[in-house]
Every structure is written in structure tokens, then in C-alpha cells.
Design a protein around this ligand. Structure first.
Ligand SMILES: Cc1ncc(COP(=O)(O)O)c(C=O)c1O
Length: 401
């Protein structure tokens, strides 16, 4: 793609939120990345601009037919003040798989990783550093054509926004209560379940609300055809420890292939634990639990990393897992993965990528200058004329807080 990323400075920067009450996805940083697609130009005009509303035609494809894909990953601050991303290549690979399913033009994975790194480097002051905190990165693509015919959009927008997020669990991991959902389904084979796209989440809301009203934290999703086989838990993948083996539902087209799921499987295999990816019926799960073979259950995902399950309800049957406590393996996986993500544990598997901040460049680029055009921030790719320079909107920037 070899393009230059333009940098439009904000007039004013926001006050940073109190680090003790960040929550998830409630605060957004000063800048976002934006880039457009058209049939003539392909993906073009990459730019970092002040965070803010975008204008779309009310007939835009995204509003009516949900042509959208997104990703979720995090930047972590290490004790020695480095910034690490966890397997961003995996997220970009999955984004392109989602694009292919949603009929959205492919992105240049390496270029978007560069854009993420550039944006995170500019926003480094927003990366919280308390245990469990991180900077959540949300890249997404929307269809922007203004036309009501059901047809793939010819134009798209790729945006990346950043949100400082708090620890998922507070001080220690707490197991969740799960309701086995046997009426609503999240996705079906042949549909879009394996893609990270808005519609899957819209389809999950009713069941999530129902489970919360019943006093549960999340639902266990079953397959969409027979309502028999286990797929995912809430918006996480799921694992079961039966005696000394770990089982997880095999990817089947309706399950999202989680980056954390892949990492847990690789880590367990690295430790010599037998992992089986297979079709697991809810009936079998409850039978094994009755025979005292079920030792641990946990969900995996970017937000929580590992989320132990302490209680499961299916029809009239209930299971209390590991006495409602966090199991040893769940804790070990959590400690190891978060240790690698935050640089406390050596990354022997090469999963992290460092974001380099060029302090000189950052200072230079963000100094206020009178009525300037947006500055071009070079990627290591061959620079190409940045179109954004033709239409300066923001005047000057002050990076002080
Ligand atoms: C439906 C669903 N399943 C699984 C996951 C876990 O994926 P990852 O480990 O890549 O975050 C997520 C979160 O992204 C999700 O939304």
C-alpha cells in the first residue's frame, strides 16, 4: 500500500479520565485513524485526525444492511515503560477473513498494523499502567454508499479508535454464572458467525438481556440447527478441563476464531497438556460433570483474557464448577498470558510487537504551528502524496496535559 499517513492536529486535547474508574469503552482518546475506499482509488487517504463524529448519508449501507467488520486488540504498558501489542497480525488476518465474508475489499494487513502503531505512539499518554489496564484498539470498516438497493457498497471507511480500559476483574478473577441458552442462537453454519461483524452482536443482545434478568452474567450459546452443541460463551470462546485434558468446541463456521483461543491452545500444547478441539454436546458436558470429571470451565477473549465459569444452568440441571472458585489452570493461563502481554514474562513464542515512540518526532509533529497544513507522518513504506494535505481542516495542536 506504501502510503503516507497524514496527521491533522487537534485544536485542544481532552483531559484524561481518572485512571481508577475507566470501565470498558467509555472514554476515547484525542485522535482516530481514518482511511477511505473507492473503486477507482482503492484504500486511500490514510490520516490521523482529531477524534470526533463522522458524517454519513442517512441512506449509507451500514445503517440499513449492516455491512461492517471490526476488530478488538490492546496496547499494554510494561513496567519498563515500553508499549506492547499482542498478536496484531492475528487480528488483521481475521479482519480480512471477516471482510471476505462481508464482501468488503481487503485491507493491507501490514499497513493497518503500521497505522495502529502510529496512532498508539501518538496517544501513548493515554495508555493506563495499573495492573489489568490497557489501551483498547478498535479498528472497523463500514459500507458508506448512499443507496437503498441491497448491494455491496462501492465505498467504505476504515476507522481506528482507542479507549483506555480498566481491569476486567478488579483485584482478582471472579468466576461468572452462565445460563445455557436453548431458544435464541447467535449464529448458524453458513452464516457470518466466524466473522467479527455487527449483526452477530445485535443477534446476541436479546438473550444477554434475558440471562441478566434471570440473574446470570452471560449465556452459553448452542449451535443454531440442533441446539445441542456448545459454541461460545457470551462474546468469548469456551474451554472445559475434563480430568487432565482440555476440550474446546472445534471451529465450525459459526464460532469466532478467537486470538486468545488460539493462544491458549498453543500455550497448553507448549506445556504438554492434551487439547482436543471437538464437537461437544451440552448433554455430554452435564454427564461428565455428574461423573465428577469436569474440573474447570473458562471463557477466553481479549477483554477478560481468561474468565473462569463458576456456575452453569441448563434446563433444570445446574453445575457448580471448581466449587465456584477460579481453577488452577485458569489462573496459570491468565497469569502467563497477561504476563507476556505486559512484558513481565519472556515472550518465547514471539507474540508481542513493540510500539516505538519517537519522542523527538512526537514533540516535533505536535508542536503548535500557525495555520499549518496537516503534517505527513511517514510509514516505513515508500511515501506517496498524502491527499489529506489538500484539505486542511484543523489548524493547530497543543499536546500538553
Ligand atoms: C463472539 C466472540 N467470540 C470470541 C471472542 C474472543 O476473541 P479474541 O480472543 O480474539 O478476543 C470474541 C471477542 O473478540 C467475540 O466477540
Amino acid at each position: 500500500m506504501g502510503q503516507t499517513i497524514a496527521f491533522h492536529k487537534a485544536d485542544q486535547l481532552k483531559a484524561k479520565p481518572d485512571a481508577s474508574g475507566l470501565g470498558f469503552g467509555k472514554h476515547f482518546t484525542d485522535y482516530m485513524f481514518e482511511m477511505d475506499y473507492s473503486l477507482d482509488e482503492g484504500w486511500h487517504d490514510p490520516r490521523i485526525v482529531p477524534y470526533g463524529p463522522i458524517t454519513l448519508d442517512p441512506a449509507a449501507t451500514i445503517f440499513h444492511y449492516g455491512q461492517e467488520v471490526f476488530e478488538g486488540l490492546k496496547a499494554y504498558r510494561t513496567e519498563d515503560k515500553r508499549i506492547l501489542l499482542f498478536r496484531p497480525d492475528k487480528n488483521m488476518e481475521r479482519m480480512n477473513q471477516s471482510c471476505a465474508r462481508l464482501n468488503i475489499p481487503e485491507i493491507d494487513e501490514e499497513f493497518v498494523i503500521k497505522a495502529i502503531k502510529k496512532l498508539v505512539a501518538i496517544e501513548e499518554a493515554w495508555i493506563p499502567s495499573q495492573p489489568g489496564q490497557s489501551l483498547y484498539i478498535r479498528p472497523f470498516i463500514i459500507g458508506t454508499d448512499s443507496a437503498l438497493g441491497v448491494h455491496p457498497s462501492a465505498t467504505y471507511k476504515l476507522l481506528i479508535i482507542l479507549s483506555p480500559v480498566g481491569s476486567y476483574f478488579g483485584n482478582s478473577m471472579s468466576p461468572v454464572k452462565i445460563y445455557v441458552e436453548d431458544e435464541y442462537v447467535r449464529a448458524v453454519k453458513g452464516g457470518v458467525g466466524y466473522a467479527k461483524t455487527a449483526g452477530n452482536y445485535a443477534a446476541s443482545l436479546k438473550a444477554q438481556t434475558k440471562s441478566e434478568e434471570m440473574g446470570f452474567d452471560q449465556v452459553l450459546w448452542l449451535d443454531g440447527v440442533e441446539h445441542k452443541y456448545i459454541e461460545e460463551v457470551g462474546s468469548m470462546n469456551i474451554f472445559f478441563k475434563f480430568d487432565d485434558e482440555v476440550w474446546t468446541p472445534a471451529l465450525n463456521g459459526s464460532i469466532l476464531p478467537g486470538v486468545t483461543r488460539a493462544s491458549v491452545i498453543e500455550m497448553l500444547q507448549h506445556w504438554g497438556v492434551t487439547v482436543k478441539e471437538k464437537k461437544i454436546s451440552v448433554n455430554k458436558l452435564f454427564k461428565k460433570a455428574e461423573k465428577q470429571k469436569l474440573k474447570e470451565v473458562f471463557g477466553t477473549g481479549t477483554a477478560a483474557v481468561i474468565s473462569p465459569v463458576g456456575f452453569l444452568k441448563w434446563e433444570d440441571h445446574v453445575i457448580k464448577v471448581a466449587n465456584g472458585k477460579t481453577g488452577k489452570l485458569s489462573q496459570k493461563l491468565y497469569d502467563t498470558l497477561t504476563g507476556i502481554q505486559t512484558g513481565k514474562i519472556e515472550d518465547k513464542l514471539g507474540w508481542t510487537q513493540e510500539v516505538k515512540v519517537d519522542h523527538e518526532e512526537a514533540t516535533e509533529k505536535v508542536q503548535p504551528k500557525a495555520e499549518e497544513a496537516p503534517e505527513a507522518v511517514k510509514t516505513e513504506d515508500k511515501p506517496k502524496e498524502a491527499k489529506a494535505e489538500e484539505k486542511p481542516k484543523e489548524k493547530k495542536a497543543v499536546v500538553t496535559d
